[in-house]
Design a protein around this ligand. Structure first.
Ligand code: ADP
Length: 515
């Protein structure tokens, strides 16, 4: 029985899974990753700690799989290749000769290059950048992080000019270390998050490299997400293992959910919600502030997706539990929501940190409307759950409007997707079937699928999907009139949140004018 070692190097830790050709998890391990916050707005990772977490979790997962299989050779579990998926955008600069990092990794959450982004925007470069990359000019992405590392780490500029350095996202860093410095590579999904990669040409862009002052020689080779990325040295995991699949975490999750074609979408309901909708070979530009990004087609070949995020999703439930304390546990929210027959007109817009796509208002704040003397905690809890479904609907509507793609169904994962009441309500509000896989690690599964295809474990992507157990399905059953009424109520509530923010902005402007 052949198997893949899937490495999921995430922001807070590394998960490694050994997944066999039937899609079963045979070994698993998790290693936490220390976070470094040197100053407000700065978030860093130690590259050596990233590497140590991967090596540690990888070895533990393999050992667990071997134990389960009854010792080496017995049980015949043959781990044949490695798939890598990773936190995206996080940027590392290292020495080609020694493999030593020049400093800490700048994590995607880090805001240190906000001024530089404003400066570039001031030069009118936003649409030029958006046209080539599908992204917005924001510190979130790698471009200004690379520039910052080159300008601030001692000697970096000169050494880069001499060809002594390499830069990369976490996937590249891991490939470099796994292959003992033999391969400096990345894949198109990771490259498409750097602001340096032209998503039409599928190559690093010289005009963008000039804009961000990045020498091309520093950058990794971009290879297909499912294909050869070199061989991990035998000293690391007990035998030489080819690395044959690489993708950024959200794109890997999309692939792992079996979303390879136009109209297939997945939503991850975690702290926030991350929505990606595949648009096939068509690159769709968004009019509603969504990102366009490179995703994987059926065989891992480059394709496109629209991406949108909702800042607060499961976090609203967390707030009701830990902040307001009107909930004992997150799962209790389902029982409470089901305890009332209707929302009775109560809506909760959890815009704690502003509203993202498609409304984009940084000043909007959390708003609860429609309260009466009869409202109970069940109404507030239900309204929090409902808000995740409406927010998802708003983003998906924008995606469909942008792309003309018909939404086939919605695959879901993440902590709050375990809530059956929410999933049924989501199916009802979208009038779309929801598929929730039994195996929750779609990210690692995606990396395993990409790697296993290239290594010949599966000959067709369909085989890899067939290997998974049947998902739980939620079918829409709400009447259209009821859906329309509910959505109208939500839209009014969002208007209220926006109006409240707008009036405050107006007041601030007036105050400034009056000195
Ligand atoms: P992240 O990866 O962003 O930390 P997870 O995917 O682990 O998030 O999901 C955790 C989030 O999901 C928390 O915000 C939590 O409040 C929410 N959550 C977990 N279980 C449920 C549930 N049964 N119903 C509603 N929300 C839930």
């Amino acid at each position: 029985m052949r198997a893949v070692l899937a490495i999921d190097q995430g922001t807070t830790g590394t998960t490694c899974l050994v997944i066999d050709e039937r899609g079963q998890v045979r070994g698993r391990a998790y290693a936490e990753l220390p976070q470094h916050y040197p100053a407000p707005g700065l978030v860093e990772h130690e590259p050596e700690e990233i590497w140590a977490s991967v090596l540690g979790a990888g070895r533990t997962a393999l050992a667990a799989a071997e134990r389960e299989a009854g010792g080496a050779g017995a049980g015949g579990l043959d781990v044949a290749c490695i798939g890598i998926t990773n936190q995206r955008e996080t940027t590392i600069l290292w020495d080609r000769a020694t493999g030593a990092p020049l400093g800490r990794a700048i994590v995607w959450q880090d805001r240190r290059t906000a001024d530089r982004c404003r400066e570039l925007r001031g030069q009118g470069l936003e649409s030029f950048i958006r046209n080539r990359t599908g992204l917005v000019l924001d510190p979130y992405f790698s471009g200004t992080k690379v520039e910052w590392l080159l300008d601030h780490l001692p000697g970096a500029r000169e050494r880069a000019a001499r060809g002594e350095l390499a830069v990369g996202t976490v996937d590249s860093w891991l490939i470099w270390r796994l292959t003992g410095g033999a391969v400096h590579a990345t894949d198109p999904t990771n490259a498409s998050r750097t602001l340096l990669y032209d998503i039409d040409l599928l190559d690093w862009s010289d005009p963008l490299l000039r804009t961000f002052n990045v020498p091309r020689a520093l950058l990794p080779d971009v290879r297909p997400s499912s294909g050869a990325f070199g061989v991990a040295d035998a000293s690391l995991f007990g035998k030489a293992l080819p690395i044959t699949g690489v993708a950024g975490d959200q794109q890997a999750a999309l692939y792992g959910q079996g979303c390879w074609r136009a109209g297939h979408a997945k939503n991850t309901y975690g702290t926030g919600a991350f929505l990606l909708m595949h648009t096939g070979a068509d690159r769709v530009a968004s009019g509603a502030g969504l990102l366009t990004t490179v995703a994987c087609g059926p065989r891992g070949e480059p394709a496109y997706a629209l991406e949108g995020s909702i800042f607060i999703a499961g976090a609203a439930i967390q707030w009701l539990r830990d902040g307001l304390r009107i909930l004992d546990s997150a799962p209790e929210s389902a029982t409470l929501a089901a305890s009332i027959r209707s929302n009775d007109g109560v809506y909760f817009v959890p815009a704690f940190v502003g509203l993202g796509a498609p409304h984009w208002d940084a000043e909007a704040r959390g708003t609860i409307v429609g309260l009466t003397r009869g409202s109970t905690r069940a109404h507030i809890v239900r309204a929090a759950l409902e808000s995740m479904a409406y927010g998802t609907r708003d983003v998906l509507e924008a995606m469909v409007a942008d792309s003309d793609v018909h939404l086939a169904d919605l695959a879901v994962d993440g902590g709050a997707a375990q809530n059956d009441w929410l999933m049924q309500f989501q199916a009802d509000i979208l009038d779309v079937t929801i598929r929730r896989p039994r195996m929750v690690e779609s990210t690692a599964l995606g990396a395993a699928g990409l790697a296993g295809l290239a290594a010949g474990i599966w000959s067709e992507p369909g085989e890899f999907v067939a290997a998974r157990p049947e998902p739980t399905v939620f079918s829409p059953r709400m009447r259209a009139a009821e859906r329309a009424t509910l959505v109208r109520g939500w839209t009014r509530a969002v208007k209220a949140a926006l109006a409240w923010a707008g009036e405050q902005e107006q007041e601030q402007e007036n105050e400034q004018e009056n000195g």
